[in-house]
Design a protein around this ligand. Structure first.
Ligand SMILES: NC(=O)c1ccc[n+]([C@@H]2O[C@H](COP(=O)([O-])OP(=O)(O)OC[C@H]3O[C@@H](n4cnc5c(N)ncnc54)[C@H](O)[C@@H]3O)[C@@H](O)[C@H]2O)c1
Ligand SMILES: CC(C)CCC[C@@H](C)[C@H]1CC[C@H]2C3=C(CC[C@]12C)[C@@]1(C)CC[C@H](O)[C@@H](C(=O)O)[C@@H]1CC3
Length: 345
């Protein structure tokens, strides 16, 4: 058992702080006067005022050292959603989260804010203005989603006022912004390979894309509202831009902003979804012989062709959440941040 030192309320740790969301969160916390420790399997930058602890979150001993004297923990580490590695997702998102919760209890951390995902309720069919009381997906669409569900349940169940550990889960959806390693880079790569000419479905499906600063704002509001008497203890909260947008309009705005053509030709959703399932099966069967990763996975096709937008009225009511950056400004700031991905660059 580690010796406890008195935690200060402005000392926090960001697990996964080297990642896209984690680094934005660290920068905002520093601005707000927090002392920040980052715990991550890799160190991707250096910043004055940040102490880095490199380690695997499945290793409780390393966590104990990093969390010493910390009162607030943000847990936003996860393997990349595009990975197909079931064992890795289970190890990191489930066993790893158990290790995080045990370490927090042992060193006397008072608050844990988990980055969950709105996808925990998504099964590949339309969700319109979904609220937090929607049931978890019974047939999660991939291992990422399956283990994010288990992770969220673990963290919310660990909320125990008697023991002095308060927890909350933030469920963002479609995070985008400067330094995002997946949405814009994958989109541009697909466009450069000439595969972004088509719109899957009739193009009218509404979805949430959430600018990273709004997600950070939701996390910090949750941390600062988390007190024993607060209604947010042990609950999950959708955090979005609160401006559902047509999936294909959003993609077009990013593509055109970076100098690429917008997709124009329509393909029937069921046809593309069926093809993506076939390709996925084929890639599984052939995996011992050749490694090929289809761009249009069933998950991506489902996200591109269905409605999936969520209500954040619970976050507005319980913690006074309001987006701080509009979708239009978020898109502009994102496009400006990727000069190297511009057409012809
Ligand atoms: N990007 C999105 O659209 C989105 C949407 C909803 C929820 N989320 C959630 O937000 C969180 C952050 O996502 P992101 O987009 O910033 O991803 P990211 O890949 O940029 O960051 C994840 C970080 O976790 C670290 N990590 C992975 N395995 C680890 C381990 N075993 N031990 C220690 N660190 C480890 C990685 O090194 C990385 O720095 C994740 O929990 C993700 O599920 C992301
Ligand atoms: C090939 C094209 C059809 C699409 C190219 C863009 C896609 C790579 C992104 C569009 C929506 C994105 C998205 C995620 C990953 C990247 C996209 C598929 C998530 C699945 C990442 C994990 C999060 O938890 C999910 C969430 O609930 O927010 C994301 C949903 C949107």
């Amino acid at each position: 058992m580690a010796t406890r030192i008195r935690p200060s309320s402005k000392r926090c740790a960001v697990i996964g702080g080297s990642g896209f969301l984690g680094r934005h969160l660290v920068e905002k916390l520093l601005d707000k006067g927090y002392t920040v420790s980052v715990f991550d399997i890799r160190q991707s930058y250096e910043l004055p005022g940040v102490t880095f602890h490199q380690g695997d979150l499945c290793d409780k001993q390393s966590l104990l050292t990093a969390l010493h004297g910390v009162s607030l923990v943000f847990h936003c580490a996860s393997p990349a959603p595009a990975s197909d590695d079931k064992a890795l997702f289970q190890r990191v998102n489930i066993q790893g989260t158990q290790a995080v919760l045990q370490a927090c209890t042992e060193v006397g951390v008072q608050k844990v804010v988990l980055t969950s995902s709105a996808s925990v309720v998504f099964e590949g069919t339309d969700i319109k203005d979904g609220r937090e009381d929607l049931p978890y997906a019974k047939k999660p669409i991939d291992y990422y989603t399956q283990t994010k569900i288990e992770q969220e349940k673990l963290v919310l169940k660990a909320c125990d006022k008697e023991k002095g550990l308060l927890t909350v889960a933030i469920r963002p959806h479609g995070i985008f912004g400067p330094r995002d390693p997946q949405l814009v880079p994958i989109l541009v790569d697909t466009a450069r390979r000439g595969k972004m000419k088509f719109i899957i479905g009739d193009g009218s499906n509404l979805v949430d894309f959430t600018f990273v600063d709004n997600v950070v704002h939701g996390h910090i509001l949750a941390a600062e509202s988390l007190r024993p008497e607060s209604p947010i203890c042990g609950k999950a909260y959708h955090i979005t831009n609160d401006e559902p947008v047509r999936f294909w309009d959003f993609m077009s705005d990013i593509l055109v902003g970076l100098g690429y053509a917008a997709p124009r030709y329509h393909l029937p959703y069921t046809l593309v979804y069926g093809l993506s399932l076939l390709l996925w099966l084929l890639s599984l069967l052939l995996s011992p012989l050749v490694a090929f990763k289809p761009t249009f996975t069933p998950m991506r096709v489902a996200l591109a062709g269905t409605h999936h937008f969520y209500s954040c009225s619970r976050a507005k009511q319980d913690m006074g959440y309001k987006p701080v950056v509009s979708l239009k400004d978020g898109i502009r700031r994102t496009v400006e941040s990727y000069p190297h991905l511009r057409h012809g660059a």
